[in-house]
Design a protein around this ligand. Structure first.
Ligand SMILES: Nc1ncnc2c1ncn2[C@@H]1O[C@H](COP(=O)(O)OP(=O)(O)OP(=O)(O)O)[C@@H](O)[C@H]1O
Ligand SMILES: [Mg+2]
Length: 264
């Protein structure tokens, strides 16, 4: 199924696999919609491991990760959390937006991410040694980082870090055509529009349009929307709620997508 194809952007697939073979944890960084989740899914398929994804947020506790005692039918039984299950089944455990989690919730990962590769379930009185096939992968978007929410150096330095970014324009257009079925020249125009906005982006202070929004625009075009309508709804509108900025961006869209409705 083409929908799950991953288009590589350098040496990240090789480095990810080398880290896996050496039982090293990986940290993916990069803007929203640049392919972090897609890479993890791809590597799971490539390495033949299931992927257990945990979305981090500031209410996430270490018990949410490792498990807790629960009352079931009058009995109190220990129930493994998703991290513990992933360790036991030797899966790839993917902690998405790890910067959102509190430091004390992440402390449980320390013994898993060094030579010990061991999870200590203090409450359950259990020690789980990770099998060789277990891998911890985390991701975060450095653009969202604030001084209040940052990872400790003692955490960051435990990981092989793979910085990710948008694909080069030709490859990005291939992704959009492959994901949505639109013609490659239409995909190229969408990418040109995004590249123009990304280049102008230093003046604005928003997260630039991602591959994800281009794929979404491609889906609308595949359903019959005009390129400009799709760009307006999927690329411009999500970027900023400031009308003046959107007007400026619309000029970029009109310039890059000009003639779109007659030539496609
Ligand atoms: N390298 C790539 N190969 C194939 N598809 C890609 C690639 N990069 C992005 N995409 C497309 O963009 C979409 C968004 O990518 P993905 O979900 O992996 O982003 P992300 O980096 O995990 O974003 P977020 O930080 O918001 O979770 C994918 O569903 C896919 O359609
Ligand atoms: Mg993701």
């Amino acid at each position: 199924m083409t929908a799950k194809t991953y288009f590589s952007n350098g040496n990240e697939v090789r480095l990810f696999e080398q880290a896996y073979r050496q039982r090293l944890p990986v940290m993916l960084t990069g803007p929203t919609g640049c392919g972090k989740t897609r890479l993890v899914e791809h590597m799971g398929a490539l390495l033949g491991r299931p992927v257990v994804t945990i979305s981090c947020h500031d209410d996430l506790t270490s018990a949410d990760l490792v498990g807790r005692f629960m009352v079931t039918g009058g009995d109190v039984v220990w129930t493994d959390g998703p991290l513990t299950r992933a360790v036991k089944e030797g899966a790839i455990c993917y902690l998405d937006e790890v910067v959102e989690a509190r430091h004390d919730s992440l402390a449980v990962l320390h013994s898993l991410t060094d030579h010990r590769r061991t999870l200590y379930l203090d409450r359950a009185g259990e020690v789980v040694v990770a099998p060789d096939t277990f891998m911890l992968v985390c991701s975060y978007n450095p653009a969202y980082r604030s001084s209040l929410k940052d990872l400790k150096p003692s955490f960051r330095q435990r990981f092989v870090t793979l910085p990710m970014s948008y694909l080069p324009p030709d490859r990005e257009a291939e992704v959009i055509a492959a994901e949505t079925g639109i013609a490659i020249h239409v995909a190229h125009r969408l990418v040109n529009c995004a590249v123009a906005i990304r280049t102008a982006d230093a003046a604005f202070h928003f997260e630039p349009p991602s591959t994800r929004v281009l794929v979404t625009a491609g889906h609308l075009i595949a359903a019959g929307a005009s390129e400009l309508d799709a760009a307006e709804a999927c690329i411009l509108a999500p970027l900023s709620s400031d009308g003046a900025i959107t007007d400026g961006l619309r000029e970029i869209a009109v310039a890059t997508l000009a003639g779109a409705d007659t030539s496609s």
